[in-house]
Design a protein around this ligand. Structure first.
Ligand code: NAD
Length: 492
């Protein structure tokens, strides 16, 4: 299915606790479709007592359902079935995801749903592969570590890739034998509920995977602070991440994984191979999901001798985008999540232009036949390190351009005072590429590519204020375990 009628999609709202929907009384939030701004449903705002009910359910299920104690291969088998059900549910999940988020339905079919399923499958495979270790002690002792689940993991997800971000949290947590209470973003709350239904169908015991709905201030904060939450895993903005880290410290020194914001550079040398391909890469790194991607390559740093033709080629590609609703197959520029966010993007662009920068293209809302907010892919030149568009995470399709003549200059421009999420370097010179891999202060460096590959083995996570810990890879699995040290005296 590449096009669908948004009014024909049935949406089930509510919390999902203890294996069933719970339609709580109390305040609710309207939920709008980003594509046309129409309010299509509402979600309850879970208060402290609702969150406590969910966490108690998860805690009891963790202790009594057998999830944590069953043979790990059996847990893996259930999770593989969960992954199969997600993949087989694309006809429901993909339109549901596209309806309420910025994800075009074509992409939701081709990537979001299969990638979500594969993320669960990847972590299922860890369930019986990673345990503890026997330590090389003296002959008088046997020393070892035993890997144990933590208990109940509180997971908080953002709106930009609702299904995929949820799977990166729940996959490793469940495979390691934990129970999970997930709070999706209040702007994209519904696809997570479908995941919870499928988990039950797959055989995940009731209460092991729960979804609570609500905003960050009320529901998210109550979840983070609940005393029975053993670990918090969060993806979202740097500011919220800091608040969550403080709350974790004050409510039980809980371990926390934080995947936060970025302002990632793409550095292009004049010797970069296949320059047409480089131009396409640069464009796609800032226009995918309309730039609403944590690792968006938002700062082009290009060697002066090729800057003009390269930037003009990227501008040509930018001018070819067609904005449109996520349910239209022809549109290739996604909506911005909300009009408020589109206003914020424009305010940063206009402030940068007021400071003396120039826009080569874009710098305005896109016009469509939809009432939603869309923003034209934008190139801003003649900026400085202090320009708002260079400093701030914009979370929109806005690319700044800075030029250099030496490696040192390129490195100095690439450094950001706060963020260190990802970086790309494009060059045919192997030595230079490796010098940059070493010198760039970023959690991920891509060489002659930009963006993750479709496997899960390479962990992702930021340096500095871009985060703590890793999603994906073996690292995310291990971060959902505790390791108990055991020392046995072998003397009679
Ligand atoms: P956000 O921080 O506003 O919200 C994220 C989630 O946190 C939402 O579910 C929200 O309800 C909840 N929340 C808000 N305040 C809270 C509080 N005080 N306590 C507990 N929960 C709270 O972020 P967003 O706007 O949804 O997402 C965009 C941000 O996410 C960008 O900064 C982006 O870079 C980042 N992001 C990072 C990665 C990564 O892997 N590093 C991936 C995707 C998105």
């Amino acid at each position: 299915m590449n096009t669908f009628d948004p009014n024909a999609i049935a949406v089930r709202s509510g919390h999902f606790i203890g294996g069933a929907y719970l339609d709580a009384q109390g305040p609710t939030l309207d939920v709008a479709r980003p594509s046309d701004g129409q309010i299509y449903a509402s979600v309850p705002i879970g208060d402290e007592s609702l969150v406590a009910y969910a966490v108690d359910n998860a805690w009891n299920a963790w202790r009594k359902s057998g999830w944590a104690t069953m043979p790990p291969r059996e847990r893996a088998r259930i999770l593989r079935r969960f992954a199969d059900l997600i993949a087989a549910d694309a006809e429901t999940l993909a339109p549901l995801e596209a309806l309420g988020s910025t994800r075009p339905v074509r992409d939701a079919f081709a990537w979001d749903v299969p990638f979500t399923a594969e993320g669960i499958r990847f972590y299922a495979e860890f369930a019986d592969k990673i345990g503890g270790q026997v330590a090389p002690t003296d002959r008088e002792h046997l020393g070892m570590t035993i890997a144990e689940p933590i208990g109940v993991v509180g997971a908080i997800a953002p709106w930009n890739f609702p299904l995929v971000m949820a799977s990166w949290k729940i996959g490793p947590a469940l495979a390691a034998g934990n129970a999970v209470v997930l709070k999706p973003s209040e702007m994209t709350p519904f696809s997570a509920l479908r995941l919870a239904e499928l988990a039950i169908e797959a055989g995940v015991p009731a209460g092991v995977f729960n979804v609570v709905q609500g905003d960050g201030r009320t529901t998210g904060d109550a979840l983070v602070r609940h005393p029975l939450i053993g670990k918090v895993t969060f993806t979202g903005s740097t500011r919220t991440g800091a608040a969550i880290m403080a709350a974790c410290a004050l409510s039980g020194t809980k371990p926390v994984t934080l995947e936060l914001g970025g302002k990632s550079p793409q550095i292009v040398f004049a010797d970069a191979p296949r320059i047409e391909e480089v131009a396409r890469r640069i464009a796609s790194a800032i226009t995918t999901n309309a730039g609403q991607v944590c690792v968006a390559g938002s700062r082009l740093i290009v060697e002066r001798s090729i800057a003009e033709p390269l930037v003009e080629r990227v501008a040509q590609i930018f001018r070819g985008f067609e904005a449109g609703a996520t349910w239209h197959a022809h549109a290739n520029l996604a909506p911005i999540i909300s009009p408020t966010q589109a206003d914020r993007i424009d305010a940063i662009v206009q402030a940068t232009l007021d400071d003396g920068a120039q826009a080569r293209c874009g710098a305005r809302r896109a016009t469509t036949d939809q009432a939603g907010a869309y923003y034209m892919p934008t190139i801003v030149e003649n900026v400085t390190a202090d320009s708002a568009a260079v400093r701030e995470e914009i979370f929109g399709p806005v690319l700044t351009v800075q030029t250099f003549e030496s490696e040192d200059e390129a490195l100095a421009l690439a450094a950001h005072p706060d963020y260190g999420l990802a970086a790309g370097v494009h060059t045919a010179n192997l030595g230079r590429a490796l010098r940059f891999v070493r010198a760039l202060d970023a959690g991920t460096v891509w060489v002659n590519r930009y963006g993750r590959s479709n496997d899960f083995v390479i962990p992702t996570g930021g340096y500095k204020r871009s985060g703590i810990g890793k999603d994906l890879g073996k690292e995310a699995y291990e971060a959902n375990l505790r390791f108990k040290s055991v020392l046995i005296d072998l003397n009679d």
